[in-house]
Design a protein around this ligand. Structure first.
Ligand code: KIV
Length: 301
């Protein structure tokens, strides 16, 4: 039996499948890693085909897609539904599933069960877990079960109630020390990458230099080994002003509004559908139908 090596054939070069293990090569080569969120099949295809290396089904799904207030309400089943859709659209990128609030907080056993569901049922290749030192045991348990884990420290949105809002973390010496400890602990635990969210550039740079695992920043400055953004943020699909770190690369809200307005106006003014957008009878059927109708008119008249 011949097997295609994981990571693809060497001649596939730049289009090689991204794996959890290959992320470190990017760090060693100083090649920035790109990551975007996706929550559905068409977005996953577009992002994957554009060559973005990592696709995250983030729990930001809660607000971006499901209209919840924050990420705390989204469930395992809701996340899985979207991970499966994204899986069907991704060929090359590394697929990460975000463990939602409550799915890894109760005990190590249920955390592992939930991580396993993402792999077995959803086809995820990596799971992401928020929290540093205090989540290290749970993270080790999942890695021991052969599931790569992406860490996530700094501004962790699932801690919104404890943090008292979405606040930049690591602004004083005590917090910086804790962040360094969190990063080093997760690095030693063997995470395949580490999201740094909402921390000062200087702190993210120190962590990036200290750890072997690639850091993926969001609101953490340019020295990180890669950058992640929420798809709906870069396309203006959030109905809210963007955070400081967001760069808008398109205006999907304007494009969609214009298309919907035009459709509505065309239907109301009988401009849609036109003859070219309608199906027609075959010539013989039409001739036959006209004969029948003419006969009926003659009988009536
Ligand atoms: O849920 C999410 O989208 C995230 C990132 C943006 C890192 O956790």
């Amino acid at each position: 039996m011949s097997l295609t090596p994981i990571g693809g054939l060497p001649q596939e070069g730049l289009r090689r499948k991204i794996t959890a293990a290959s992320l470190r090569e990017f760090k060693l080569r100083h090649e920035p890693i790109t990551c975007l969120t996706a929550y559905d099949y068409p977005t996953a295809r577009l992002v994957d085909e554009a060559g973005v290396e990592m696709i995250l089904v983030g729990d930001s799904l809660a607000q971006a897609i499901l209209g919840y207030e924050n990420t705390l309400s989204v469930t395992m089943d809701e996340m899985l539904h979207h991970v499966k859709a994204v899986r069907r659209g991704v060929k090359r990128a590394l697929l990460l599933a975000d463990m939602p609030y409550g799915s890894y907080h109760l005990d190590a056993k249920s955390a592992l069960e939930n991580a396993t569901r993402f792999v077995k049922e959803g086809g995820a290749e990596v799971v992401k877990i928020e929290g540093g030192e205090k989540r290290a045991d749970v993270i080790r348990g999942i890695i021991d079960a052969e599931i790569p884990v992406c860490g996530h420290i700094g501004l962790t949105p699932q801690s919104v109630n404890v943090m008292g809002g979405y606040k930049v973390q690591g602004k004083n010496l005590g917090e910086i020390e804790q962040l360094m400890r969190d990063a080093v602990t997760l690095d030693r635990a063997g995470v395949c990458c580490l999201v740094l969210e909402g921390i000062p550039r200087e702190v993210a740079a120190m962590i990036t230099a200290e750890v072997e695992t690639p850091t993926i920043g969001i609101g953490a400055g340019p020295e990180c080994d890669g950058q992640v953004l929420v798809f709906h943020d870069i396309l203006n699909l959030t109905f809210a002003p963007p955070a400081k770190f967001v760069r808008r690369y398109g205006d999907a809200e304007a494009v969609i509004k214009q298309a919907v307005d035009s459709f509505r106006a065309d239907v109301k003014s009988l401009q849609y559908p036109g003859d070219a957008e309608s199906y027609h009878l075959p010539r013989e059927t039409r001739a036959g139908l006209e004969t029948v109708l003419a006969r009926k008119r003659a009988m009536r008249g």
